[in-house]
Design a protein around this ligand. Structure first.
Ligand SMILES: Cc1cc2nc3c(=O)[nH]c(=O)nc-3n(C[C@H](O)[C@H](O)[C@H](O)COP(=O)(O)OP(=O)(O)OC[C@H]3O[C@@H](n4cnc5c(N)ncnc54)[C@H](O)[C@@H]3O)c2cc1C
Length: 449
């Protein structure tokens, strides 16, 4: 589904200026080949930074805790079709740097259309398109009008429930709140009532990867030196060089770019000496890290509607409430992909596969009848208990200020730099935000020469 379609502005400033510095000139007479850069994390942000710096002549290496590149761009290839456990979509292809990158990398895509959708209510009752569409229009009007009605200390849910008490138990409204808002941001209980709509979007259609989003990560990693299974536990930037402790080894570098997810920073998995500046610590604490989990199920035969999306409006807001018909872009496999967010997303992480399957099948059987078979396979994620991310992506929780994203991006002493989706004030929470943050930090280092 399209993210943040109630926002339409694009910051022209982003696509100009320093983001796109390409050539490196050693104006200060420093030879980049004499400078070592270590990038921590081989997600899209770390890979983008490393590639740009290597092109500029620096000696770059990456320390990655896992045994593969990509981070939250992660494709499970254990079935006949690739299952993207993290990023799936290029959100708005016009001007989006991932569009070009995907083309260069050979990532194939399929255009998804929100209109290709059938909506069901409890009891398998088909909802009329006109009912859905008019409620959707009203929903976007409400989202647009709520921006100035809350206060910094109130959550979106508090304000919404006060203003629209008649909507809070309406199943279709719960569906909109969940799939159009919580999915993009975070739990409505903790989502800021004043900043829920922050962040920019690229225009253009939505495209979903069909041969695996990791194609982009693999492409970026080509020719880069990545040391796998290297978990960084400490960073000492008190001296002239930055000393990084990983797997009981200490490696020095002239410049270090930290791109580990916000969840890793929130959980204090890296000890910084000296401690990080208080503004950065506050930002780490205030910005939220949400929970989104994905589930792919396969069957011998397809029993569902021949549309791209099947929506279902259960009582529990964030529970398996829409299904992506994967067969539309992977015609040889009968598969559906569904989601769980926020509290319910957390809950699924402690559920067994049979429990998860039973809950999902409860929804599908309500729509398609009790005789539909159980799936042949289930693939799933547990992003919030994953020690490499501790969550899916960042969002504006109550207490967040937009400057907090900038505080996270602030370099220290021109030797310790910070990238990652959570450092991108305009495009946080996305793969393109991660990419742009990596380029931004590389440009800062290049500019020091
Ligand atoms: C379920 C889900 C769905 C999403 N859907 C979309 C989508 O459709 N479209 C979109 O644009 N975006 C989507 N996103 C967001 C997108 O995937 C991320 O914003 C982006 O991939 C983050 O990249 P990054 O480089 O900032 O972080 P990461 O990709 O997380 O990279 C950080 C790296 O640091 C490593 N690391 C962690 N701790 C350590 C340590 N101590 N030492 C060394 N290495 C460490 C990690 O293993 C990881 O490889 C989704 C994310 C999730 C989870």
């Amino acid at each position: 589904m399209k993210r943040r379609i109630f926002l339409k502005s694009i910051p022209a400033s982003l696509l100009a200026s320093s983001y796109w510095t390409t050539a490196c000139q050693a104006e200060n007479g420093i030879n980049p080949a004499d400078k070592t850069v270590i990038v921590i994390g081989a997600g899209i942000s770390g890979l983008a930074a490393a590639q740009k710096l290597q092109e500029a002549g620096f000696k770059v290496s990456i320390l990655e805790a896992q045994d593969k590149v990509g981070g939250r761009v992660r494709t499970n290839r254990s079935l006949a079709i690739p299952f993207d456990e993290g990023a799936s979509w290029i959100h708005g292809i016009d001007g989006n740097p991932i569009t070009t990158l995907a083309q260069e990398a050979g990532m194939t895509t399929f255009q998804t259309l929100d209109e290709s959708m059938k909506s069901y209510d409890i009891g398998g009752i088909t909802r009329k398109t006109s009912t859905y569409d008019s409620a959707e229009d009203e929903f976007y009007t409400v989202l647009g009008s709520m921006m100035k009605k809350g206060s910094d200390s109130q959550s979106f849910e508090q304000v919404f429930n006060q203003l629209y008490p008649e909507k809070k138990n309406d199943r279709l409204w719960k569906f909109f709140l969940s799939t159009y808002l919580t999915f993009d941001t975070g739990d409505l209980n903790t989502l800021s009532s004043t900043l829920y709509n922050e962040g920019e979007v690229f225009e253009g259609v939505e495209k979903i990867a069909t041969n695996g989003y990791d194609t982009v990560a693999t492409y970026l990693a080509k020719n880069l030196s990545v040391s796998f299974n290297q978990r960084v536990s400490a960073i000492d930037y008190s001296g002239a060089t930055v000393n990084i402790t990983h797997n009981n080894t200490v490696t020095p570098a002239d410049f270090v770019i930290v791109t580990v997810p916000l969840g890793v920073l929130k959980n204090n998995k890296i000890v910084f000496t000296p401690s990080l500046p208080s503004a950065k610590q506050t930002a780490i604490q205030k910005i939220g890290m949400n929970c989104v989990n994905k589930f792919l199920l396969t069957w011998e035969t397809a029993f569902w509607d021949d549309v791209q999306y099947i929506s279902y409006t259960p009582e529990l807001r964030d529970k398996f409430n829409y299904f992506v018909n994967v067969k539309k872009f992977q015609p040889t496999t009968n598969a559906l992909m569904t989601f769980a967010y926020a509290d319910y997303g957390w809950q699924t992480e402690t559920m067994t596969d049979p429990q998860v399957t039973s809950e999902i099948m409860g929804h599908l059987r309500d729509i398609y009848g009790s005789s539909i078979p159980n799936p042949t396979r289930l693939l799933r994620t547990r992003w919030s208990t994953n020690e490499n991310s501790f969550g899916a992506y960042s969002y504006t929780a109550v207490g967040t200020e937009m400057r907090h994203f900038e505080d996270l991006a602030e370099e220290i002493d021109n030797k310790l730099f910070f990238g990652g989706e959570h450092t991108e004030v305009d495009y946080f929470s996305t793969a393109h935000g991660a990419y742009l943050s990596g380029i931004r930090e590389a440009d800062k280092i290049i500019a020091l020469l």
